[in-house]
Design a binder for this molecule. Structure first.
Ligand SMILES: *Cc1c(COP(=O)(O)O)cnc(C)c1O
Length: 376
């Protein structure tokens, strides 16, 4: 196996992968309608439930071919009964995406906005639930990847359930990294795609959730043909296959990534991401950079850094300098503040972050940015 050039991706996914995962895509051609391939997907689906400690009787996973956004689309359009309303607890770009999905499907919804650097206010959420008994689905994002704020999903889920609504959570940027217990965290549906926490490739996305609710959704309005949860679930249950062509090679890579996930273990993997995250924060602190989210609210996976007030600061130039040396840094996703992001996803460790800061400091020096950086 020839080693492949290793790039350190500090963007919020796709993440750095191992060579064994990259090479797992190189397999003999196979028709995915063969039993052999169906067997692979069956085990894969179970593994995806086990990652969030779901009871296999009660929870199932449904695979889709697409990037992570397909899951948000699927959950929201498929799980809302006729005449009911969606509540989106919105403090960032990914929950805003869920609001846009409601708008595209013309679904009745409440866009409950909170500041991007603040956790949602639970009393306010409860008030809205009391005033609007037609809310049947509450949606939020676990780690708002745009800023790196961690949302209190267990508490929001408890409120949703108290008022008879189901709870869907976009866990795309925490799944298989920050430990999740689907039942204890009061989550009915969570979701992710293979290129983030699993450290595999884009093209395979999945919803993990409550089987009984999916079955109940059989009678809900069908708002999409390709993106309907029940239809895809039922096809899997009856045939063991995806309704339409699966991303074959991507699935082989995901299966290898799962092997590596179990070999590393949930606790050790989370400890590694935490090490990486701490190394990123230490490096930033040393250079005087300020961040958007206060330390106790950070997800432990995404650092959102405010541009320094230095006329020489030029994100593009710093990016290009790092990129040419194998390190990818990423712009922010906040409308009101200029930020960039460094993320702790992927098959990387502390030493990679130390190497990164050597290059990053050179980039600052070579572009003439004053260190420690200055803020007005
Ligand atoms: C990455 C991500 C997604 C999916 O984005 P795609 O570009 O469709 O892959 C969805 N939600 C969150 C929170 C994410 O971090």
């Amino acid at each position: 196996m020839e080693p492949i050039k290793r790039n350190i991706l500090l963007n919020p996914g796709p993440s750095t992968t191992t060579d064994t995962v990259k090479y797992a895509q190189i397999v003999p051609d196979i028709c995915p309608r063969e039993k052999e391939f169906g067997g692979l997907m069956k085990n894969l689906r179970k593994d995806l439930v086990k990652i969030v400690h779901g009871d296999l009787e009660k929870y199932t996973s449904v695979l889709f071919c697409g990037s992570g956004t397909i899951n948000i689309d699927v959950c929201i359009n498929s799980l809302l009964p006729e005449g009911k309303r969606v509540l989106v607890v919105n403090n960032g770009a990914y929950s805003a995406r869920a609001v846009e999905i409601c708008q595209y499907y013309g679904l009745p919804h409440i866009d409950l906005q909170f500041a991007m650097d603040q956790q949602p206010n639970l009393e306010k959420i409860e008030e809205i639930l009391i005033d609007n008994p037609d809310i049947a689905l509450v949606h939020t994002t676990h780690n708002e990847t745009g800023t790196g704020i961690l949302n209190p999903v267990r508490e929001i889920g408890a409120l949703a359930h108290k008022y008879g609504a189901l709870f869907t959570v976009d866990t795309t940027s925490t799944y298989a990294m920050r430990p999740i217990n689907i039942e204890q965290d009061n989550i009915d549906f969570c979701m992710a795609s293979a290129q983030k926490g699993l450290m595999a490739f884009t093209g395979l996305s999945f919803v993990v959730g409550n089987r009984a609710i999916i079955e109940e959704s059989k009678g809900y309005p069908k708002r999409s043909y390709y993106c309907n949860l029940y239809l895809q679930y039922e096809f899997f249950e009856q045939t063991g296959e995806m309704h339409f062509t699966p991303p074959v090679q991507t699935i082989y890579a995901a299966i290898q990534a799962l092997k590596e996930y179990w070999a590393e273990g949930e606790e050790k993997k989370w400890a590694r991401h935490t090490r990486v995250f701490n190394a990123i924060n230490d490096g930033l602190d040393e250079l005087g950079f300020r961040q958007v989210i206060k330390p106790e609210w950070r997800s432990g996976l995404v650092s959102s850094i405010i541009y320094p007030d230095d006329l020489n600061w030029n994100f593009e130039r710093v990016h290009d300098y790092c990129y040419e040396r194998g390190f990818t840094i990423y712009p922010g996703k906040i409308n009101t503040t200029n930020t960039f992001r460094l993320c702790a996803l992927g098959a990387i460790d502390e030493a990679d972050i130390r190497d990164f800061f050597v290059v990053f400091k050179e980039a600052l020096a070579s572009t003439g940015v004053q260190v420690p950086v200055v803020y007005k």
